[in-house]
Design a protein around this ligand. Structure first.
Ligand SMILES: NC(=O)c1ccc[n+]([C@@H]2O[C@H](COP(=O)([O-])OP(=O)(O)OC[C@H]3O[C@@H](n4cnc5c(N)ncnc54)[C@H](O)[C@@H]3O)[C@@H](O)[C@H]2O)c1
Length: 392
């Protein structure tokens, strides 16, 4: 039986992610405490949640009574002691291991041993966060995507010490919140931030080689590949500094595996202050009088770009299965629900033909002689065994 269904929820950190997670918990009927060290952030979170709820009333997605009841369940506080009585805590403070460890240590003094302590970290290991606790068996990762109330996916990440019951109870709770949960191993980038790397990395490589410009690569991946956004407009939206940081972290955490090597182009963009939309200029210019670069709509070139990027993405998805990071089903769910890919990458491989994907990777590896293009052993094994699917 799930013991977390009616529990009080504490959300730590009232920034972008914390306020979204608190919105979900309170909407789902939990008494919810939103904690932050900054009074200004708490005030901003309260104002923004009130605005979100009033928009939901306008759109007739909630009644005023429901909103009043939901806001009545929410407490905004800068006193950590107010988390007392919570059975489920989601930490969403700054991405800093010392800050997170110190917070988890303090939580144990305030909560009984059966309270579940979850972290929304994107890049830190659950093992390292749990190591700050006397009871690491109740610590795990619950990785929401931004914006948390709208994005369906949540990666559930047990650490080495996490108890199986804690995983099951947490998964049942988040499922009951209407999310799609996938189980991921405690490894860098979990599923989505690992498998998605080539979407940016290979596109940057194609740009660096001068095969096509940013507008053309974006056009190809959108209009031929079916992706909702092109890699360059997406990097501009995320912020090139943030995207570079994730890439660098994944690269370092994978002990410098060349598959994840960051790009000089991206580094120079950050050094030059071309951060993307937030700085007014990234790969593209933004603002009222900005001139939008026009793509070269060459279908053959576009298809070459899509084939190369998608082959690299499939190779990474295969690796996530090969290394037991997640099941094939969860890898595909993660990419469609977490980053809105048009298809699951492993299902896509089946559509293209596993041997065709392998051939494309072998051509790249032969041409460049670089390890980043090495085909995954699982893909090779399936082709050798004449299996047409990662799912059978
Ligand atoms: N932004 C995203 O797209 C995204 C997506 C998934 C996961 N995450 C992860 O979620 C976490 C939060 O990210 P964010 O984007 O919401 O950050 P944010 O900067 O918007 O918010 C972080 C908040 O933490 C607060 N804070 C700092 N130290 C604190 C402490 N000791 N106690 C309580 N509050 C403290 C800050 O005042 C700030 O309000 C990070 O671990 C990040 O990696 C972010």
């Amino acid at each position: 039986m799930n013991t977390l269904t009616d529990t009080k929820v504490a959300v730590l950190g009232a920034g972008t992610m914390g306020r979204g997670i608190a919105q979900i918990a309170a909407t789902k009927g939990h008494e919810t405490v939103l904690f932050d060290i900054s009074g200004d952030v708490l005030a901003a979170a309260k104002a923004s949640l009130e605005k979100v709820f009033s928009r939901l009333v306008e759109k007739e997605r909630m009644t005023q009574e429901e909103v009043d009841a939901t806001l009545g369940r929410l407490t905004f506080t800068s006193d950590l002691k107010d988390v007392a009585g919570s059975g489920f805590v989601v930490e969403a403070v700054v991405e800093n291991i010392e800050v997170k460890q110190s917070l988890f240590g303090s939580l144990e003094e305030l909560l009984p041993t059966d309270a579940v302590l979850a972290s929304n970290t994107s890049s830190l290991s659950i093992a390292s966060i749990g190591s700050a606790c006397e009871h690491p068996e109740r610590v795990l990762g619950v990785h929401f995507f931004n914006p948390a109330p709208l994005m369906a996916l949540v990666e559930i990440v047990p650490g080495i010490e996490t108890a199986e019951t804690v995983v099951q109870e947490t998964r049942a709770l988040i499922d009951a919140w209407g999310k799609v949960t996938v189980l991921a191993k405690d490894t860098p980038g979990f599923i989505v931030n690992r498998v998605a790397r080539p979407f940016y990395g290979e596109s940057l490589r194609i740009l660096e080689e001068g095969i096509a410009d940013a507008a053309t690569i974006d056009w190809a991946l959108k209009s031929i590949g079916g992706f909702r956004m092109g890699p360059f407009e997406l990097m501009d939206l995320i912020g090139n500094d943030i995207n570079l940081k994730v890439t660098e972290t994944v690269f370092e955490e994978f002990f410098y595996d060349p598959r994840f090597k960051p790009s000089f182009t991206q580094k120079r963009m950050v050094e030059a202050g071309r951060l993307g939309r937030k700085s007014g200029k990234g790969y593209f210019a933004y603002g009222d009088d900005a001139q939008r670069q026009q793509p070269v709509e060459d279908k053959e070139l576009g298809q070459t770009i899509v084939d190369r990027v998608v082959a690299m993405l499939i190779n990474e998805a295969a690796d996530a299965v090969f290394m037991n990071i997640a099941s094939p089903k969860d890898v595909d769910l993660a990419m469609t629900k977490g980053v809105n890919y048009p298809k699951g990458l492993l299902a896509w491989a089946e559509e293209i033909g596993l041997s065709t994907v392998l051939e494309r990777l072998e051509v790249l590896q032969e041409e460049y002689g670089e390890d980043r293009y090495r085909p995954n052993p699982l893909l090779k094994r399936h082709v050798r065994a004449k299996n047409s699917s990662f799912f059978s």
